[in-house]
Design a protein around this ligand. Sequence first.
Ligand code: ACO
Length: 369
Amino acid sequence: MDYRPGLEGVIAAETAISFLDVDHEEIVVRGYNLLDLAREKTYVDVAALLIDGALPDEARRSELERTLVAESRVPEAIWTILRALPPSMHAMDRLRTAVSALAGFDPEVDDHSPEANRRKGIRALAKIATVVANLHHIAEGRPPAEPNPGRGFVENMLTMIVGRNVTPAEVRAFDISLIAYSEHEMPNSTFTARVIASTMSDLYGALTGAVASLKGPLHGGANEAVMHMMLEAGTPEGMEALILNKLAAKERIMGFGHRVYMKKMDPRAALLKETLRTLVDAGADGRWLAMGEVGEAVMQREKGLYPNLDYYAAPVYYVLGIPIELYTPIFFAARTAGLVAHVVEQHAANRLFRPRVRYTGPRGLKPTR
Ligand code: ACO
């Protein structure tokens, strides 16, 4: 049988959710270009597109926004569990624990019908946003920030994270980043969620596995690593020197390269760069954009590699004042909408994932006493 290390290029599922059309540099999400959605729509619209299957009309949009805000209160027990964990524990590990525990508070946890999965998905999306927004507060011994029913879903999330009133421009930048992170075909975390769902295990189990997958620096963890690198570099000249040193030491440069895009630009990186530029034009520190551009040029020259989404999402979050340990949890909160769509689809037309191996170990050994 054909063996592809890392399942590179293997078609693992049929899906009507999304597709990376690398030749045409388009991320297709239920027929739309993700970049068009980011420019024309809001995250709540895209969540409806992913979970319901179609962009919402005005009535559905306000209903979903209301439901998300109403469902974004988290049971007190979740805060108690999070407070019991060591604050030094990685934020993604704390999030993984909370997502797993949320299953206990969902009355439909073991109903895998598309309707129940969609209802659970919306509850999970709402509550995960509040958990993510509070991971930092809880770790620092502060009480959790509560969602305000007078604010929209995305505005609430950003306000809870940064603990101050935010401007419409900041909400827009954050919303665009959530759309960019919302869905992306079959990355490791989505594959993980579908593999778990294929045993007819529940949505929360699939999401919990996906958090573990997304934590890794080769996947979602890269956005935090990018910011640490930029802070270490400090200046555009420092960025060039740091990248050259890392390459000489055969280190990977976080935020560059992608299994599917290979040596092409991730369209989402261009979107987030544009978002960063808008924030800079509105008065944010321009240093990170300048460093980003230097890093891009160095990597293109030295390795022929282009940035992925994480490379520019990191400085966008930094100028918004978001704590670095929340960058990957925010990626997960945004991706929850896409993951829910994948679990609904997997459960609705399930075939258990059960691949084979190419065995390279010994045979014929006999156990001795
Ligand atoms: N820095 C330096 N070299 C790189 C990088 C990088 N970021 N990415 C790939 N390469 C090089 C590899 O060293 C390898 O070179 P070689 O053939 O000379 O050995 C070649 O490019 C191919 O790399 P592979 O690891 O085989 O490619 P793969 O498809 O497995 O890797 C991955 C994709 C994991 C994303 C890789 O590009 C990487 O490690 N990037 C940094 C981490 C990162 O940014 N992850 C976020 C991904 S996007 C997301 O999750 C939102």
